[in-house]
Design a protein around this ligand. Structure first.
Ligand code: ADP
Length: 692
């Protein structure tokens, strides 16, 4: 995904997004259109089917109506001829049989017709002669016709024929005398098979079904026949037989006959209490549609795939182009930024071609060299730096090509010919097969002046330091000579005239000797102090342990006498130090640790070191009398002591020497202490390289 925000925070509308949206819309439209078309075709198929069903049911109704009408006509004419003969008992059964047979002939839906007299005996039937003497007296139909003269034609529930056992639909009507008296009934047997065959012929397909019911739901005939639907069975529970249902209509649902989902048209006969159903299986009906929908769906899917592919390709392409455009714009903007920075940089910038011609100078360059903007473009570089004649430039270029970049100091010349020192860095650049040099130059006249001033100051300082050291050394050295003289003459005085001197004079001489000795010590200390950092003591890589061990050797008597315990951390590092001064440092610190021990306990001294921030931090810890914080600085000053000479021997130079040694080694020294508990002297030294 190309980010719409760039480094510079711009958000742009993208073509790729538009392509993506368009593709989405086309796909959605394609899916919607094909979905709608599939749905529409389905509706049309169902509509056409229901129309066909309605038409079919109407046609079948009329046909069925006609069939029953013919049966009724046969029964009516039979009744008429019986009436004309004066009643059923007035007719000869054989004649009646013949007549009935003649009437039934040519009417395929009728299996037979029979006449029953008022006593309930069958007089004659069309099928056989003589007819079986079947008794109808107690049959429901006989009783109903006898009781109700207005009953008309009654279509009974189908039952098995008493003659051959196949199912028949009984149809009956009353026989009345001229006075309306009950004379018996005419019975007709209608063949359900007739309807079944007829309907099968006209049904549109194997899956079509037809059924003939009485309006009370009793099944009279059905095609196709199935095992779980028996002629004569009642389907009164179905919705189409409910009293509120109209004379015709459409319905759909699972069929009670075979369980298949069916579309159904029903129609009530106008002259008989019968209903005709015609139905079609919905799945069969919809099969061609389903086929078609499948093809349509497939086409839609293919189209969607094609559109998706096209969208993907187009999106990719436009994203690519957009990314390219964004990158281009960004690089242009970066270029402008870089150009601005270059133009306004504090350093001078020059681009020079392979022939030594200036191609570009920035503002700082033209300003310093006192040219108008762009006036140097096209000029040879020697205009700025006279060293780079054409020949020199031709030599420089291949050298620079190998080195890629170089730095040097040079002298540049302004337009008026005023020279100034410059620090130049040149870079070789190959661009589109050509050689270029990009040079950055800085006017260092001020820096050079500052450097010169600093060097001068340093030299002066060094000279004065050396002088001071020399003075201190010479002074202390030369002071000892007269002091020695004073001391030896006072000693001589004491030795030679000692006996004639009184006690007070002897005491004075003692004081003078003492003072001379002390002064000598002070001068020696001063001498030593002045010697620290002398040039003949260079710093070299040195194991710290060496200084510690040397100091301990010098102190072994003091250690033994005081019963001290001195612990040194193993594996001390290597430092940059002068051995003599390092030994002096530890000698003073460990010596103090022994000297300023606590009167109540034997001294315990620990010496250690570790690396901290690239330096070696060393420490000497004791359990002595400690130092109060306000004296932390004072103890490092020369001849500063916290105790009188009567309590602790010393001149107060030891820590001053330590400080001087540490500082000249490039380190720092400080104290952490708790009075009455002990002190730790820390100092840092430069780490030395590890010695193999
Ligand atoms: P000196 O030991 O000759 O007096 P230093 O310069 O070595 O001189 O020490 C200065 C003073 O610092 C000492 O007089 C002492 O009071 C104090 N001092 C130095 N080291 C210790 C220490 N380890 N414990 C307590 N006090 C110390």
């Amino acid at each position: 995904m190309v980010s719409s925000g760039t480094l510079w925070g711009r958000i742009r509308p993208t073509t790729s997004r538009a392509v993506l949206i368009l593709g989405g819309v086309i796909i959605a439209a394609l899916l919607a259109m094909s979905g709608y078309e599939i749905w529409r075709q389905r509706q049309a198929t169902l509509e056409a089917a229901t129309q066909n069903l309605s038409a079919l049911s109407l046609a079948l109704t009329q046909q069925t109506e006609r069939a029953f009408h013919s049966v009724e006509l046969v029964m009516d004419s039979t009744a008429q001829s019986v009436q004309q003969a004066g009643g059923p008992d007035k007719m000869r059964p054989l004649d009646l049989h013949r007549e009935l047979k003649a009437r039934v002939d040519g009417i395929p839906q009728m299996i037979g017709v029979a006449v029953v007299d008022r006593e309930g005996f069958m007089i004659a039937g069309a099928l056989r002669y003589p007819s079986p003497k079947t008794q109808f007296k107690d049959r429901d139909i006989f009783v109903r016709h006898r009781a109700d003269p207005s009953l008309g034609v009654v279509i009974g529930a189908p039952h098995a024929s008493p003659v051959d056992g196949r199912p028949i639909i009984p149809v009956s009507r009353r026989l009345s005398g001229p006075d309306g008296s009950f004379q018996g009934i005419v019975l007709a047997a209608v063949d359900p098979e007739y309807f079944q065959q007829f309907y099968r012929r006209v049904l549109p397909s194997e899956d079509g079904a037809f059924a003939l019911f009485r309006t009370d739901g009793i099944l009279l005939a059905r095609s196709p026949q199935s095992d779980n639907t028996v002629i004569g069975q009642s389907f009164a529970h179905l919705r189409i037989f409910q009293p509120d249902t109209g004379p015709q209509g459409l319905a759909q649902g699972p069929s009670p006959m075979d369980g298949a989902y069916r579309l159904l048209a029903y129609q009530r006969l106008s002259s008989y209490p019968l209903v005709i159903n015609v139905s079609l299986r919905r799945d069969v009906l919809l099969a061609p549609w389903l086929n078609n929908a499948g093809r349509l769906g497939l086409a839609a899917v293919l189209a969607v795939l094609l559109v998706s592919l096209a969208t993907a390709v187009l999106t990719r392409q436009s994203r690519h182009e957009e990314a390219h455009a964004i990158a281009l714009e960004e690089s242009e903007r970066r270029l402008r930024f870089a150009q601005f920075a270059l133009d306004h940089a504090a350093d001078m910038v020059f681009w020079v071609d392979s022939g030594g011609r200036i191609l570009y100078t920035n503002h700082a360059a033209t300003m310093r060299l006192e040219y108008p903007p762009d006036a140097l473009v096209g000029q040879p570089i020697a205009t700025v730096d006279p060293r780079f004649t054409d020949r020199a430039w031709r030599r420089l270029l291949p050298w620079l090509k190998r080195r890629r970049r170089a730095q040097f100091r040079s002298v540049h010349r302004t337009r008026r010919g005023v020279p100034y020192p410059a620090e130049v860095s040149v870079n070789y650049v190959e661009f589109e097969g050509a050689d270029f040099v990009c040079a950055f130059a800085r006017d260092i006249s001020q820096r050079k002046a500052a450097e010169a001033a600093l060097a001068e100051k340093t030299a002066k300082l060094e000279a004065s330091n050396a002088e001071l050291e020399q003075f201190a050394y010479v002074a202390s050295h030369d002071l000892r000579e007269p002091l020695r003289m004073v001391n030896s003459f006072v000693t001589m005085l004491a030795r030679r005239y000692g006996d004639s001197l009184n006690d007070e004079a002897k005491e004075f001489i003692g004081f003078a000797q003492d003072g001379a000795v002390r002064m000598d010590r002070l001068i020696l200390d001063l001498l030593e102090y002045s010697r620290v950092g002398r040039l003949d003591r260079p710093l070299v890589p040195l194991p710290l342990a060496r200084g510690v061990e040397a100091a301990m050797r010098s102190l072994h008597v003091a250690i033994a006498e005081s019963g001290a315990q001195v612990e040194v951390v193993p594996e001390l590092p290597v430092v940059m130090a002068n051995e003599e001064e390092l030994t002096r440092l530890f000698l003073n610190l460990i010596g103090n640790a022994l000297k300023y021990h606590h009167p109540d306990r034997a001294p315990q001294v620990r010496v250690g070191a570790q690396m901290v921030d690239g330096k070696v931090m060393c420490w000497v810890t004791d359990n002595g009398i400690g130092i109060a914080p306000q004296y932390y600085d004072r103890v490092f000053r020369i001849f500063q002591r916290l105790h009188g000479r009567d309590r602790y021997e010393g001149t107060g130079i030891g820590l001053a020497i330590c400080k001087k040694i540490v500082e000249r080694h490039g380190g720092r020294i400080w104290i952490e202490s708790t009075p009455d508990q002990g002190s730790t002297f820390f100092f840092t030294l430069q780490a030395g390289p590890a010695l193999a």
